[in-house]
Ligand binder design. Structure first.
Ligand SMILES: Cc1cc2nc3c(=O)[nH]c(=O)nc-3n(C[C@H](O)[C@H](O)[C@H](O)COP(=O)(O)O)c2cc1C
Length: 151
């Protein structure tokens, strides 16, 4: 898997607001930085205000170093397939615990990469996946049929 997973906690009871990195070895989140983070996410996500209403946001980071040794110039293609597979799994996991989930691609690349702490070249933010109780009520991806099925 070429995708690293980070998580931005914004509105979650009992979880400190901040940026976390998922550690697969211990299956836990490691706090990287804490503090009020919603305003920053609003800016980074090209001033889309709906992002601030999510409970949290998964941040999928493509890491080409995990692929280049084997796939060389096909790595770029494969990491996007990985991101799609992981994104789908996160949507299924969110649904299974009764949370809404969406996807957000409209962020400022350089600023977002800098915020997360990746170089934007060999490692870069690929996709954001907001989750939360009511994400499907206000996400641009929520079609009327999704809303109807939910209500
Ligand atoms: C991966 C992905 C990321 C998206 N990111 C955004 C976003 O950042 N902001 C936004 O307003 N819509 C976003 N959308 C929504 C699309 O722009 C579009 O409104 C939605 O897919 C519905 O398209 P349709 O009307 O062709 O069915 C995203 C959609 C996808 C699939």
């Amino acid at each position: 898997m070429s995708v690293q997973l980070y998580f931005v906690a914004m509105n979650i009871a009992k979880l400190r607001r901040g940026l976390y990195k998922f550690d697969p070895a211990s299956f836990s989140l490691k706090l990287i930085s804490h503090g009020e983070i919603r305003g920053k996410m609003y800016e980074l996500c090209s001033y889309q205000d709906w992002i601030t209403r999510a409970g949290g946001v998964f941040v999928l980071i493509s890491d080409l170093d995990r692929l280049n040794w084997k796939y060389e110039n096909r790595s770029y293609r494969l990491t996007h397939l990985d991101a799609g597979v992981l994104g789908q799994s996160l949507h299924l996991a969110a649904t299974s615990v009764g949370l809404g989930s969406s996807m957000l691609f409209g962020f400022f690349d350089d600023d977002m990469n800098q915020f997360i702490g990746v170089d934007g070249d060999r490692q870069f933010v690929s996709l954001l996946l907001p989750v939360g109780n009511s994400v499907l009520d206000y996400s641009p991806l929520a079609t009327d049929s999704i809303k109807d099925a939910k209500n």
